[in-house]
Design a protein around this ligand. Structure first.
Ligand SMILES: Cc1cc2nc3c(=O)[nH]c(=O)nc-3n(C[C@H](O)[C@H](O)[C@H](O)COP(=O)(O)OP(=O)(O)OC[C@H]3O[C@@H](n4cnc5c(N)ncnc54)[C@H](O)[C@@H]3O)c2cc1C
Length: 359
């Protein structure tokens, strides 16, 4: 059956695919610079302050899954439309390998739920090969990136403390929250063992940075996305202000499947499926920015095959989609007798740790 393709009439300067950390930032900066932008997001619109979408400060019995036998990995009210599994979007793993892929389909992508740990790469991280022979040096160094880190700190708001640790560069920090009892306890032990512990660096507002975003009120529920906009989420801190410029048309539930090119192999726009009417659309733009997350952006490049780009777009090297690296995590639990039967006091805080150990 021939598929009828609907062409969006407007031609944009830039089409951005994905509205998470990368797409939101591109939309904000380019919209401020006056470019006309189409922002395409595979998930629905989202605003944590919208009473129908809000999960922050909900009681357990308000869960739509109350009484159901299933639980979600980060809790019932976690603000990720998705997670380790995404209904209707399965992926496969290479034989005998394990790869857990966390995806969030909504305006703002994974930034509605992420940990808000906002650390900088240090000078040594850019020149690892020189330092310990591992990997390769980056072609740029910390000094090249520092001005942008500084701008971002001021734009999104990050708390922390100036420590002058060479490979843990300081930024422009809001005051950090005080350590909680268990953190003071661990710090005491760490100090004894010679392990440094310093205030965390998280993009959560301990003081307002503008009139549109409130300060944290210590409910500890950042992973539900904040109705006061006190945490950094791309949806509320980047996409919303970008749209207020009047330069951004937002297409939600728009699943891009291919970057389109002309006979010369130059980019002309994208094709996408509207998940509401399940029809095919095409959208024209002079520039296309893929910010659909590392793996999905690679998938889109590989999907975009043509006579000029037989291995997919930007893949003359053949390495697109290979050598991907994810962040890893581990945890350890313990029983601390000293903390048993202690006096109770208010231990609320931000939705994350107040202290950490730099390395
Ligand atoms: C549990 C968890 C905790 C984390 N904590 C931290 C932390 O504390 N500090 C830190 O630095 N990082 C953290 N991260 C990582 C961080 O969230 C990601 O690195 C960051 O969000 C990546 O941004 P992105 O724009 O590339 O992708 P995303 O934020 O995932 O955004 C991609 C967007 O593209 C959309 N999209 C995908 N495919 C298509 C398509 N075909 N068409 C249209 N739209 C599409 C998606 O729906 C999504 O909205 C965490 C991640 C997870 C999962």
């Amino acid at each position: 059956m021939a598929v009828q393709i609907r062409k969006q009439p407007k031609k944009y300067d830039v089409c951005i695919v994905g509205s998470g950390a990368g797409g939101g930032m591109a939309a904000k900066l380019l919209a401020d610079a006056g470019f006309k932008i189409a922002l395409l997001e595979a998930g629905p619109d989202f605003d944590p302050a919208n009473s129908e979408q809000r999960t922050q400060l909900r009681w357990p019995w308000e869960s739509p899954r109350r009484g159901a036998s299933t639980t979600r990995p980060f809790g019932d009210f976690d603000m990720a439309y998705g997670g380790w599994e995404l209904e209707g979007e399965p992926y496969t793993q290479n034989r005998n390998t394990e790869f857990d892929w966390f995806r969030s389909r909504m305006l703002g992508g994974r930034t509605n739920h992420w940990g808000r740990i906002s650390l900088r790469f240090g000078p040594l991280d850019f020149k690892r090969k020189d330092f310990d022979g591992k990997g390769d040096n980056w072609p740029i160094g910390y000094e090249d990136v520092k001005p942008y880190y500084d701008k971002i700190d001021k734009l999104i708001g990050v708390f922390g403390s100036k420590e002058n640790i060479p490979n843990e560069p300081d930024g422009y920090f809001l005051p950090p929250p005080k350590p909680r009892l268990h953190e003071l306890y661990i710090k005491k032990g760490a100090n004894k063992a010679g392990v440094p512990m310093i205030p965390s660096r998280l993009s959560i507002l301990t003081k307002p940075v503008n009139k549109k975003r409130g300060a944290c009120f210590f409910c500890s529920q950042c992973s539900r996305s904040c109705m006061a906009y006190a945490d950094f989420s791309s949806s509320s801190v980047l996409v919303k202000p970008a749209m207020e410029t009047g330069n951004v048309d937002l297409y939600v539930n728009a699943m891009v499947r291919e970057v389109l090119t002309n006979g010369e192999g130059e980019v002309t726009g994208v094709s996408y499926i509207n998940k509401e009417d399940l029809k095919d659309y095409e959208l024209k733009a002079k520039v296309v920015i893929l910010a659909a997350s590392a793996c999905s952006s690679a998938r889109l490049l590989l999907n975009s095959k043509s006579a000029q780009h037989p291995n997919g777009l930007a893949n003359s090297s053949g390495v697109v989609g290979k050598y991907l690296h994810d962040s890893t995590g581990s945890s350890r639990g313990g029983f601390i007798p000293d903390l048993v039967d202690r006096e109770r006091y208010n231990e609320d805080g931000v939705g994350g740790m107040h202290l950490y150990t730099p390395c």
